[in-house]
Write a new protein. Structure first.
Ligand SMILES: NC(=O)c1ccc[n+]([C@@H]2O[C@H](COP(=O)([O-])OP(=O)(O)OC[C@H]3O[C@@H](n4cnc5c(N)ncnc54)[C@H](O)[C@@H]3O)[C@@H](O)[C@H]2O)c1
Length: 344
């Protein structure tokens, strides 16, 4: 009997309770419908304490392996360091559970393809990668408008992810495992561009970048401001910009240009609808970080995962979307380092 037929909540375990994992866990524990967050795992004592005390999670483990053996689960949500995603996804699929994986799926294409091959042996299990922007109501409306022919044939996507400058530069510590600014940040813009353009095949990429504020990134061959152009089969193009150094806040924005019009999502980073006018001019406050910008989308994304696992809606994106995002992100990263146009 399928879960939807039994109508019981999906039993979920979460792996990783760091910066983003705690947010996903709060959504699963308190906001997402038709699921119970019954287990969590983390190698860090304080995170396991938080799982018990703040979230009331009954079963808490110090490793994914222990959680898979010790808890009765239907699905696992992985919010662990990117370098662990491929092996952990395979372990969860082999254990017979549905799996949600934070982006990116992996830092090399071979690992993505290995995960896809294992998934192919488990066709009834859901494996969904967290491209959260697809669940943001504004991006979803933009996509629906493009499907309804509002801008004609889309041929150019110009998309940026810009984080507010952080003096502690926490991402510098993660630069060795995150894959760098394009794999960490622009991977969202890459997925958006493919989605908005109808998933054309990427042919080649060129990238450049600069270190404006965080000189320690040089040891990881990374930058804090990066630019890239991606060429797709059939003539479509994407222009991407990622920054870690914006002064005013977090500003994710995207423009889709078509043969009969264009649309724009997110320009201006306004926190709300209040506009202040005084001796300094006219202004609004800005969104501070990606979580504030995509708070609603993170909740809708988890609801989509739960609904997909319970069979009440189709899985919204495929593992091959994630593999393509990694393939393009890697070509961009190679180009940043080589200074050459790189084949995708
Ligand atoms: N969708 C988005 O917009 C978005 C935003 C931020 C991060 N992310 C992704 O989420 C993932 C986690 O990022 P983060 O910023 O929360 O990192 P983080 O370092 O704050 O958290 C990582 C967590 O994984 C745990 N962990 C480490 N090894 C583990 C293991 N073997 N088993 C179980 N847990 C383990 C750590 O204890 C920690 O709780 C990354 O892949 C990142 O790319 C996505």
């Amino acid at each position: 009997m399928s879960l939807s037929a039994s109508n019981r909540p999906l039993r979920i375990g979460i792996a990783g309770l760091g910066r983003l994992g705690m947010r996903h866990a709060e959504n699963l524990a308190f906001r997402v419908r038709h699921c119970d967050l019954v287990a969590a795992c983390s190698p860090v004592d304080s995170e396991r304490d938080a799982a018990r005390q703040q979230l009331g999670i009954p079963q808490v483990f110090d490793s994914l392996e222990a959680m898979l053996q010790g808890a009765d689960l239907d699905a696992v949500v992985l919010v662990t360091p990117t370098s662990l995603h491929a092996e952990q996804t395979i372990a969860v699929l082999e254990a017979g559970k549905h799996v949600f994986i934070e982006k990116p799926l992996a830092l090399n294409v071979a690992d993505c393809e290995r995960v896809e091959a294992v998934k192919a042996r488990h066709p009834d299990q859901v494996a969904m990668v967290g491209f959260v922007r697809r669940f943001d109501p504004s991006y979803a409306n933009a996509y629906a408008s493009i499907q309804a022919d509002a801008v004609g044939k889309p041929f150019l996507v110009r998309s940026q992810t810009a984080d507010q400058y952080s003096p502690d530069g926490f991402f510098v510590r993660f630069a060795g495992t995150s894959g760098g600014i394009f794999m960490d940040c622009s991977v969202h813009d890459i997925d958006l561009a493919r989605w908005m353009l109808g998933s054309p095949r990427a042919l080649r990429a060129y990238a450049s970048g600069t270190i404006a504020c965080h000189p320690d990134l040089a040891q990881h061959q990374d930058v804090d401001n990066g630019l890239a152009i991606v060429e797709f089969e059939g003539g479509a193009r994407a222009v991407l910009y990622a920054s870690r150094t914006f002064a005013h806040g977090h500003e994710t924005q995207t423009e889709v240009i078509g043969t009969r019009g264009q649309l724009q999502v997110g320009a201006g980073a306004a926190r709300d609808r209040v506009v202040y006018s005084d001796q300094h001019g006219v202004r609004h406050l800005a969104v501070q970080d990606f979580f504030e910008r995509f708070e609603q989308a993170f909740q809708l994304e988890m609801q989509a995962f739960v609904d997909s696992c319970r069979g009440t809606r189709p899985v919204p994106l495929s593992l091959s979307d994630a593999t393509e995002a990694t393939r393009i992100g890697l070509a961009i990263t190679r180009s940043l380092r080589s200074g050459q146009v790189e084949p995708v």
